[in-house]
Design a protein around this ligand. Structure first.
Ligand code: BGC
Ligand code: BGC
Length: 794
């Protein structure tokens, strides 16, 4: 180290000591001795570093807060070992911020975590982890690869290795070190909202593809460059049972004989561990009633003991808080059960204090803490972040913006899209004929957020995202239009099927709206939205042959659409490179995609793995030159006709046909900002299962849904007392509820029942209007027949 450098470090060390001295909550050890230079850490072994760490900083190594809840100053003070960005967090509070902001913030965190420390304490840079689950898709401009279910249909391990390698480079461009991927869940009930994160219902296929993804992201342990430049730490998640919960309920309970459960749901772990996966994430679910985050026999006994995993076990988002007797800020049970790092987005301060106390009073043996800290330090050493002590932007790939969403990476994504298309039916329409005049219809045809799905820029994806949030991406329609031109024909966009004339063929693109995690849980497998169905029927009525392109995160019951279409392609969630769909439709590439999940014959919510109940078995898929598909299918589905109007808002989601509107701004899933309404996700019993709705003076919020004479039951609490009149109305008179809300203010959760008794005529609409500022939190809005007779109450 040069003399000047030393002087600079010493000066800033003095500043750090001073800061520590005046702050009340700084968990800093004693001061006095000269500054330890960061470069020292490079040569020391993790054990040597550990020996010189204060208890406070050891504890901080195993705490992982979210970037939305910490500042660089917090990092400087506490020296967290790792940090994460959740799906809704982005740099400087903006999850849609420019890519350069990610790197800028990474530098800031790095600098904060490597500021010199007083005494002999080693300086340990913090690691940043992100959910790059289908490319580095949190970041604007990244290549968005198809979701895992699509990759499962390619069955192509080499391709998946290349996707991992491209993703790792894009992550490093933005200064991040670690991804929470791959998900190696074996989804066994397609009602689960995370089915698309699973490669297959077949554990063998998941093992093979999961290991390939790990190798792509990290490199191979026996080859040079493992976890080196252009490689990031991977995470096999979620250990274990995530795909096996009863009824496919996210974070639910998995029941059965342990050995049998392991044989399915833990089966992909040996391959990932063999591939050298750096970390494993504990699962939210419980096994036979016991939450994984507190499950020593499984987290330590099985994972460490039987499976021999030596890397780091990271918790899931407040998963420790779900263990019996725990809260987000207090849970020695998880560390004792075998967790190494707590993912504790917000309650990190409390958790730091409680862990510190528990190590001091012997609740947690020092040896267990040391072991966890050592795992964090070893990962850092493996990643080489001590070497040379370079900030993220100065690393080989840092800031190489030409690599983010590069043509080369996009070509890999396009190849993956093409290889994942599964042709379920073809009555002589495909491949499309050169020179064909094509109409492309359906609201998903030119809709990049929808083709990207969940975990794209935002956690849930979709919503207020537009093509602008995916610069460089190609929609399915754009891909078709280019291919048609090249083939001497023409494709026009006719979203509603309204274009004049009679095309040679119509392609109807339709499917699921984006979702992530529990928000995507369903009670049955019926695909309800009839837009695509109606378009297919309309074209057929005009005598136009049709191709259905179905976007979905899982197999769904689409018997009606299969009947109505001449060709049907399962396109999954292709991501940013929609042109890969056209590659197959026009025969530029063969149709090699094969189902990695069986496809349901019925809409009722029975598990569809295995041949019983399957319309198409796993492995099914037609070649382009092969005519085939099912005959006329039964279209009965009781779930379709049952009353789905009951829940207007529950578990963080609006009902299937329910809409929330602030004046004319649609709030997808009752979230967003518009016309004086600010609706944000809050946690009541689960993440983002409720909303905080703030009204500016004059703001209005209307909900519309299925017509019914039932009343509404609303679970709510008033967090900001109304400043002026608040009214509620159905179709009739506006009822002034200001007084009742004022009384409820600050009193916690309660129920409001609104019926024709106080609203007059009730039908398909409920509207709130506030003349002044006011805020209410809502966790459920239900239509309830029994309430129809009752009096209104608050
Ligand atoms: C997601 C996060 C997200 C959060 C919202 C978590 O389950 O994984 O990325 O931001 O919930 O509460
Ligand atoms: C998800 C994880 C994810 C984490 C961080 C959790 O809710 O279950 O898969 O890695 O959030 O976003």
């Amino acid at each position: 180290m040069t003399r000047q450098n030393f002087a600079r470090l010493a000066a800033s060390a003095g500043l750090a000591a001073l800061l520590a001295g005046c702050s009340t909550d700084a968990p800093l050890a004693s001061t006095g001795a000269p500054a330890a230079a960061p470069a020292e850490a490079a040569s020391a072994s993790p054990e040597e570093l550990l020996a010189r760490m204060s208890l406070e900083r050891k504890v901080a190594q195993i705490i992982q807060p979210d970037i939305g809840s910490i500042t660089p100053e917090d990092v400087r003070r506490y020296r967290f070992g790792t940090i994460l960005n959740g799906g809704n967090s982005g740099p400087y509070g903006d999850d849609k911020g420019p890519a350069s902001d990610w790197l800028k913030l990474a530098d800031e965190f790095w600098e904060a975590s490597t500021a010199p420390l007083p005494g002999d304490e080693p300086v340990i840079p913090a690691l940043w982890a992100t959910d790059a689950v289908h490319g580095h898709a949190n970041v604007i401009g990244a290549t968005v690869f198809p979701h895992n279910i699509a990759l499962g249909a390619t069955g192509d391990a080499d391709l998946i290795r290349r996707i991992g390698a491209a993703t790792a480079i894009e992550i490093e461009v933005t200064g991040i070190d670690w991804t929470f991927a791959p998900t190696i869940a074996v989804a066994r009930d397609d009602r689960w909202g995370r089915t698309y994160e699973s490669y297959s219902e077949d554990p063998k296929l998941v093992s093979r593809l999961g290991a390939a993804m790990v190798e792509g992201l990290q490199g191979r342990p026996d080859e040079p460059g493992f976890l080196g430049a252009g490689k990031v730490a991977a995470t096999a998640k979620h250990f274990f049972g995530d795909g096996g919960t009863a009824q496919g309920v996210d974070q639910g309970d998995v029941n059965g004989d342990l050995a049998e459960l392991m044989a399915i749901h833990a089966a992909p772990y040996p391959a990932a561990i063999g591939a050298g996966v750096a970390s494993v994430m504990a699962s939210f679910n419980s096994i036979n009633g016991a939450k994984m985050h507190g499950n020593a026999p499984l987290l330590t006994g099985e994972l460490r003991g039987n499976l021999g995993f030596e890397g780091l076990v990271v918790g899931d988002w407040n998963g420790h808080g779900q263990v019996k007797g725990c809260t987000n800020g207090d849970c020695p049970q998880a560390l004792l059960a075998g967790l190494d790092v707590y993912m504790v987005p917000e309650n990190w301060k409390e958790l730091h204090a409680s862990l510190l106390r528990q190590v001091k009073d012997g609740t947690i043996p020092m040896s267990r803490l040391d072991e966890a800290v050592l795992r964090v330090l070893r990962l850092k050493q493996q990643l080489g972040i001590f070497d040379g002590e370079v900030k993220p932007s100065a690393r080989p790939y840092g800031g190489k913006w030409e690599l983010l969403g590069s043509a080369e990476h996009r070509a890999v994504a396009r190849e993956a899209v093409a290889k994942s298309q599964v042709l379920l039916k073809n009555h002589g329409v495909l491949p499309l004929k050169p020179g064909a005049r094509i109409e492309v219809a359906g609201s998903a045809a030119d809709n990049i957020p929808q083709q990207a799905g969940g975990w794209s820029v935002t956690w849930q994806g979709g919503g207020d995202l537009t093509a602008e949030h995916f610069p460089g991406a190609t929609s399915i329609y754009a891909g078709i239009a280019a291919a048609a031109r090249e083939a001497g024909g023409e494709a026009v966009l006719a979203k509603g099927g309204e274009a004049a004339g009679k095309p040679d063929v119509a392609i109807v693109v339709f499917g699921e709206e984006p979702y992530a995690e529990f928000v995507g849980d369903r009670k049955d497998l019926a695909f309800r939205d009839e837009e695509g169905l109606n378009l297919l029927k309309a074209y057929r009525a005009k005598g136009v042959p049709t191709v259905a392109v179905f976007l979905s995160g899982r197999p769904l019951w689409v018997n009606r659409e299969l009947n109505a279409a001449d060709a049907f392609v399962a396109a999954w969630l292709p991501g940013s490179e929609g042109a890969g769909v056209a590659d197959v439709l026009f025969g530029a590439r063969p149709a090699t995609g094969r189902l990695s999940f069986s496809w349901p014959a019925h809409c009722e919510g029975t598990p569809v793995n295995g041949p019983e109940g399957a319309l198409f078995a796993r492995g099914y898929g037609l070649d382009l030159d092969q005519a085939g598909g099912p005959g006329v299918l039964d279209e009965t589905c009781n779930a379709l006709t049952a009353d789905h109007g009951a829940a207007w808002f529950a578990s963080g989601r609006l009902g299937n046909t329910v809409q929330a509107v602030a004046d004319n701004a649609v709030l997808p899933d009752l979230r967003g900002v518009g016309n004086g309404i600010t609706a944000t996700g809050i946690d009541r019993k689960a993440q983002e299962d409720a909303r905080r709705i703030a009204f500016a003076p004059g703001a209005k919020l209307a909900l519309t849904g299925p017509e019914s004479s039932a009343g509404w039951r609303i679970t709510y609490q008033v967090t900001e007392r109304p400043k002026a009149a608040v009214t509620v109305s159905a179709d009739g008179t506006a009822l002034d509820i200001t007084q009742r809300l004022a009384v409820a203010a600050g009193k916690g959760w309660r129920e409001m029942v609104l019926t024709s008794d106080c609203l007059g005529k009730v039908g398909d609409k409920l509207a709130f209007a506030s003349k002044g500022k006011f805020a209410i939190e809502i966790s459920e809005i239900a239509r309830d027949e029994r309430a129809a007779e009752t009096e209104c109450s608050f």
